[in-house]
Write a protein that binds this ligand. Sequence first.
Ligand SMILES: Nc1ncnc2c1ncn2[C@@H]1O[C@H](COP(=O)(O)OP(=O)(O)O)[C@@H](O)[C@H]1O
Ligand SMILES: [Mg+2]
Length: 305
Amino acid sequence: MLSLRSVTKRYGALTALDGVSLDIARGEFFGLLGPNGAGKSTLMALAAGLRSPDAGTLTLDGGVVTPADPRTRTSLGLVPQSIALYEELSADQNLRIFGALYGLRGAQLRRRIDEALAAVQLTDRRRDPVKTFSGGMQRRLNLVAALLHQPKLLLCDEPTVGVDPQSRNAIFDYLTALNRAGLTIIYSTHYMEEATRLCSRIGIIDHGRIPALGTLDELLTRLPFEEEISFPATPETAPLAALLGADGTLVSADGRHRFQPRADFRLSAFYTRAEALGLPPRLFTAARPTLEAVFLHLTGRNLRE
Ligand SMILES: Nc1ncnc2c1ncn2[C@@H]1O[C@H](COP(=O)(O)OP(=O)(O)O)[C@@H](O)[C@H]1O
Ligand SMILES: [Mg+2]
C-alpha cells in the first residue's frame, strides 16, 4: 500500500527523517511508536504528500506520492495531530465542507455524513458549533472528516492526545472495525499501550530512524531478557535496588523499580538475594516486558520525555 525507500527529510540543519525504508501492506494496522520529536508527523506529512522528501521516494499503491495528483489525495485520509476543524461551524457544516473538498455532494454526501456522525456517536450534536464540543468529541469529528471519501489508507497522527477515556475507547473500537473491514491504517503514538492494543505491526521510531519493526512478539525478542521483575521503591527495598545495577538495568518510575536482568543472569539469584535481605516474595512481580523496555533497550531513552 505504502512504501518508503531511503527517505530523508531535513528542516535546515535538523534531520527529521534519516534514510527511512518501510513497507506497509494492504490491510495492515501499522503503529509508529516514538517520543515527541521522533519524526512521526514528518513521516505522515510525507506520506500524505504535504511535504516532499529531500532524498528517497514514497509510493502509494504503486504510484509516486505527489500532492498535485488527485489519485494520491483520494486514496488517503489524514487525521492530523492538531485538530483541523472550523470551530464556529457545526459538526454537520464541517463535514459538508470536507466532503465537498473531495467532490461529494447531494444525497451521497448526506448519507456519508449521517453514517459518519452515527459511527462516532455525534448524531445528536450535529447542529452544535464545534467550539462547544469537548476535546474528545472534536477528536472523533476530526477522525471521520478524514474518512468521508472512503480512502484506502488512513493516516492517524496521535489521534487520542487530550482525549477522555470514553472517547478514546470509541476511537479504538471504530478504527479496529474499519481495519477489519479492510482499511489500511498507519497510527502514530507515543503511548506503548495504544500500539500494543491496536497494531498488528509496530515500527519503533527515534531521531528520524526506525531501529526495529515487527509484531509485538518479534519486538520483544529483541530484549536479552524474557521477564522483568518489579517491586516498590521503598527504604526497605533500597539495599536490594543498590545491588542490582551490575546484573542488569534498573528502571525507576512512579514509586516502583523494574529490574531488567542481563542475558546471563539467573532469576533464582535475584530471589535468593531478596530473601537474604529479609524481603518477602509478595513484594515482587515478574512480568512479560513491555514495548517501553524494547524502546529503552534500543535507544537508551524512555518513551516519556
Ligand atoms: N516545520 C518544521 N521546521 C523545523 N523543524 C521541524 C518542523 N517540523 C518538525 N520539526 C522538527 O523535526 C523533528 C521531528 O518532528 P516531528 O516529525 O513533528 O516529530 P513527532 O511527530 O514524532 O513529534 C523535531 O525535532 C521537530 O522539532
Ligand atoms: Mg507529531
